[in-house]
Design a protein around this ligand. Sequence first.
Ligand code: NAD
Length: 295
Amino acid sequence: MQILDGKIAAAAVKENLKKEVDILLAQNRRAPHLAVILVGNNGASETYVASKQKNCHEIGFISTLIRLDENVSEEGLLSEIKKLNEDASVDGILVQLPLPKHISEKKVIESINPNKDVDGFHPVSAGNLVLGIPTFIPATPYGIMLMLEHYNIPTKGKHAVVIGRSNIVGRPMSILLSSNLPHGNCTVTICHSHTPNLEEICAQGDIVVAALGKPGFVKANMVKDGAVIIDVGITRIEDATKKKGFRISGDVDFEEVAPKSSYITPVPGGVGLMTIAGLLKNTLVAYKKAEGIEA
Ligand code: NAD
């Protein structure tokens, strides 16, 4: 069993991005710029946003954080997005989800200029992904593809089982793994909350991507020997023994499953770090498009 280490793979992606930024700056060009909107102060969202900002700064990107009150109106948020859409110094716009209940996520996602949609959630990006047209890929599935690439995991002709069908993880993951890409060309089964016999299906997977948000869901009896296990889940579980009062759990029972796997991502330290790498890569693509630089 080998650990797919998000720290190592993300560092490699970031190192290449930093080199590119250094060259751009040496050519007296502006730095790529990501704008992040955070509504309210959800603890997990605060952590994610802080990490995105830190990573931007590490590789020489500009990162602007726009904080809006929990009670901001939908119109108020949409007007902030409009400003960023029109601001030529901003390459990528990310609205941290989830949003408060009174705001429509759909409306917000659709209001972002598709050329700045570095989260890849806009219908234009999703449509392009399905059609195999180069586009912004949602950061988490993109990060997983980068992880497979970094560790050169063979995927062609393999059976991949994806658990979860959300628009941000499971669905785009299933499309990427089935696409004609260097780390695609899998035969994909996508499972969800209405899938009968999930355990048997999962046990047929050469590659299993668990993205359902149920801590420890994937057990040893659900995986075949030598499977590649990608654990996307991030759930906070109360734990008084921890300084923060909680621990993070993935969707895979790591202790049970790791010995049976050929490769496995840990949680934390796996997919989460790759998600940020995917976001940074998308932001550089948006910048190059805006500046008319060939990708
Ligand atoms: P979601 O709630 O939008 O979707 C969960 C999906 O899992 C649904 O499609 C549902 O049908 C399926 N599901 C739920 N229960 C199931 C069951 N018992 N059996 C089979 N399928 C079931 O969640 P999401 O936004 O896709 O996130 C999934 C998990 O990944 C969460 O823990 C989330 O925190 C985590 N996540 C991690 C990252 C990262 O960077 N590592 C990024 C995004 C999400």
